[in-house]
Each structure stands twice: as C-alpha cells, then as structure tokens.
Write a protein that binds this ligand. Structure first.
Ligand code: HEM
Length: 396
C-alpha cells in the first residue's frame, strides 16, 4: 500500500481511511517521510493515540503540534508561549486562567443564547431557498459564539474566521505570503481588542485574559495575541466542519437521516457523537518524544516527532464495532475527536457540543427538506478536515 498521509488530495471527501486501515493492521507506528523535514511516526491505533496524548512527560507539545516546525526564522513571539504548545506545569497554570469559562456549567449558562443565535442564523437564509451550508450556516455558529464570549463584534469575528481558514490550509493551497497576511490581520485585530479590554474592562473572556496573569506575570500584548489566535482558531473551522461534514454524512445515509428526523430529541446526542467520530475534524496533533521510548513495538528516539491520527483511531475495529458503518445510535462511542484525554483535551468540547446541538436542531426542524444542490468542495488541508462549500436548497 502506498502511504502518503500528507497529500492534501487524500482529505477531499474523506480522510485516507484505506491507508489508516492498512497502517493500523501492519504498521501502527509507521515512520513517515516528510519533505523538508526529518520524518515522523504516524500513530493510528486507538490505544496508542490515547497513550501518547495522555503522557505529556514522554510526549511533549513543545515546540509544535503541527508536523512542520515552520520556517525556523526567529519570530517576535519566540519568548512567549501559546497554551497549545506548553507542557505541564506551565500548561496547567495557563489553562487555569480561562478554564472556568469552559466548564459544563459555564457552557450550559450560554445555552439559551447559543440557541437564539442558531435561530438568527437560520432566519437569515430561511426565505432564500438556497445557500452555502458551510459559510452561511455552519461557519456562522462558532464565529458568533466566540465573538460574544471574547467581547468583539460579529463582523470582526467573521473576518478572523476567514483568516483561520487560510492559516489551516496546506502550503499547496495557500502561499506563505497569504498565510503571513492572515496572521498579521489577526495580530492587528487582537491588538485593538487588547487595548479596548484594558481601557474598558467588561464581563467577557477578552477582559479576563487582558487583565489576567500567569505565574504572577501580567498578560502582555503578545500573550493576548496568542490566546486570541488560539481561541478564534481552535473553535472555528473545527465546529463548522463537524456540522458540514455531519450533514454530509446524513445526506449520504438517508436511513440514518430518516431515523434522526423521527426522534430528534431522543437521538441527537448520540448522532452528534457519531458525527464527531465519523468526521474527526482535527486530523492530527503532533507531539515530540522527550526521551527514548517504545511505542507499538518500535523504538522512538528522543526528539522524534510522533503524530496522533484521530480519524484513524476513530475507526479502529479493536474499539468500534463495524467502524465503517455510520450509526447514529452507536453506544458506547469512545471517540477521540476532541483528543485522547490528556492535559490538552479540547477546552471547548462542552461548548462545541452545545453549538452543534443548537444549529443541527434548528436546521433539522426548520429546513426539513434540505438537499444537496451541487458539488461539495473540501478544505485543502491535511490538518483540519471537512467541506469548505456545500450548496443546498430547501423550501423557503
Ligand atoms: C467539533 C469541534 C471541535 C473539535 C473536533 C476540537 C478538537 C480539538 C482537539 C483534537 C484538540 C487537541 C487535543 C489534544 O491535543 O489532546 C483541541 C484543543 C483545543 N480546543 Fe478544540 N475542538 C473543537 C471545538 C473547540 C471550540 C468550540 C473551542 C472554543 C474556543 C475549542 C478550543 C480548544 C482549545 C483552546 C484547545 C487547546 C487546549 C489545550 O492546549 O489545553 N475547541 N480541540
């Protein structure tokens, strides 16, 4: 079997599940070549993905959770750390700064507003009879929610959301200049928000961070930017892609769609978990071995890159019965779409589930005859998976 988990074309329409299946069976730790880099271990079994994600001492998130380390050129951010690439104990202290805004309780308090926003989003297109499901509906949800949490305008958040897409796209699709411009736009926007939150503190996450401190050191403008970028980035196209990819799965499995429609209240929770397993919007996260160790029968050397393929783990037949079947009643469903459960387990998992529930409920009840109206386009990325355009029509 020819293995290339980096080719962007492998992530159009589906993830490279035939390769994942071969790797899980024959080479669960596979040394994958990397153009312009030393190569990396591709980890595809559920148990191993969980083990790597949970063992932060052996598998560090520093210097990067992306496969490529970037240009290697010094950057003004080098002496600052984004939480995503910090290890405990620093990571623990950083996460404490914001975690109270993301507990199940805090997320539940936002639920009525999230449902209201979902209704506004569908109101806007309901009379049109057609739209792009990805941009007009699915992408709006996370964008508006994070805007209100951070305390920035809806329009600003939409602008940033487009930057996120550029940042997550692969080098084949987006030039380094485009990526740099997207980061610059985010930086300018974060500086304006930082100044605003310092001058006019409000009861929002942006103010909490701007006035916060880690280890007694006040958050500065660059720390604020890194938080801002992480929060806007992490919840945007992931949630959007789950909604788009989840609806695409329902279109392709009309029996499951019919079943869900017959009992939305009873089945939506398990359907969302199955969509998370099926779509796996985050393709991978990388760690770096801090010491020589063994994994799936291979010696991993200190400094090796170790990449957890969540979509592969989510179809592991050792854990899931008939993993290639999309089954909205699947239970139990121990998928790892939000990570394998270690310290970096998705901070926004509670929030994401509420957003997905709200927007799917709205779509399924108010646009019941929604149908595909043209070819679906997929993101050009080997890191974030999902549709980027899905024309649909429905009775206005
Ligand atoms: C379907 C939607 C989402 C998926 C599939 C997803 C998936 C993930 C994954 C796989 C990780 C890394 C886990 C690890 O390394 O162990 C992560 C981390 C993170 N996610 Fe999400 N996410 C989603 C939505 C959100 C939302 C709505 C937010 C809210 C802003 C969010 C904020 C974060 C943050 C801040 C981190 C970093 C946590 C840390 O480093 O401690 N995510 N997410």
């Amino acid at each position: 079997m020819e293995i290339d988990l980096l080719a962007v074309d492998g992530y159009r329409g589906t993830q490279p599940h035939d390769q994942f299946s071969w790797l899980r069976e024959h080479a669960p730790a596979y040394w994958h070549p990397e153009p312009n880099g030393p190569g990396f271990w591709a980890i595809t079994r559920h148990d191993d993905v969980r083990a790597v994600g949970r063992d932060h001492e052996t598998f560090s998130s520093h210097p990067s959770t992306m496969i490529s380390d970037g240009s290697g050129e010094p950057s003004p951010f080098d002496d600052h750390t984004m939480m995503l690439v910090a290890d405990p104990p620093l990571h623990t202290r950083m996460r404490r700064l914001v975690s109270r805004e993301f507990t199940p309780r805090a997320a539940n308090a936002l639920q009525p507003r999230i449902q209201q926003l979902a209704a506004v989003i569908v109101d806007r297109i309901a009379d049109r009879g057609e739209c792009d499901l990805v941009t007009d509906i699915a992408g709006e949800m996370p964008s508006l929610v994070i805007a209100e949490m951070l305390g920035i305008s809806h329009d600003e958040s939409r602008r940033l959301y487009h930057c996120t897409e550029t940042i997550h796209a692969s080098a084949e699709v987006v030039s380094s200049e485009e990526r740099r411009n997207a980061v610059t736009t985010m930086f300018m926007s974060s500086q304006a928000a930082y100044a605003d939150k310092l001058a006019h503190p409000a009861d929002d996450l942006g103010s909490l961070i701007a006035h916060g401190a880690v280890d007694g050191e006040a958050v500065d403008a660059i720390d604020f930017f890194l938080w801002f970028m992480l929060l806007v980035d992490a919840g945007g196209d992931t949630t959007r892609n789950l909604v788009g990819g989840g609806l695409h799965a329902l279109f392709e499995h009309p029996d499951q769609r019919g079943l869900l429609r017959s009992d939305i209240d009873g089945l939506l929770d398990s359907a969302i978990e199955e969509m998370l397993r099926w779509v796996s919007p985050v393709v991978y996260m990388r760690r770096t071995a801090t010491t020589d160790t063994e994994l799936a029968g291979h010696v991993i050397e200190a400094g090796d890159k170790v990449v957890m393929y969540y979509g592969a783990a989510n179809r592991d037949p050792a854990v899931f019965d008939a993993p290639e079947r999309f089954d909205i009643t699947r239970s139990p469903n121990p998928h790892v779409a939000f990570g394998g459960g270690g310290p970096h387990y998705c901070l926004g998992a509670n929030l994401a589930r509420l957003e997905i529930d709200a927007i799917l409920r709205e779509i399924l009840t108010r646009l019941p005859d929604l149908e595909s109206a043209g070819p679906v386009e997929w993101m050009g990325s080997n890191f974030i998976f999902g549709p980027s355009r899905m024309p649909v029509h429905f009775t206005p």
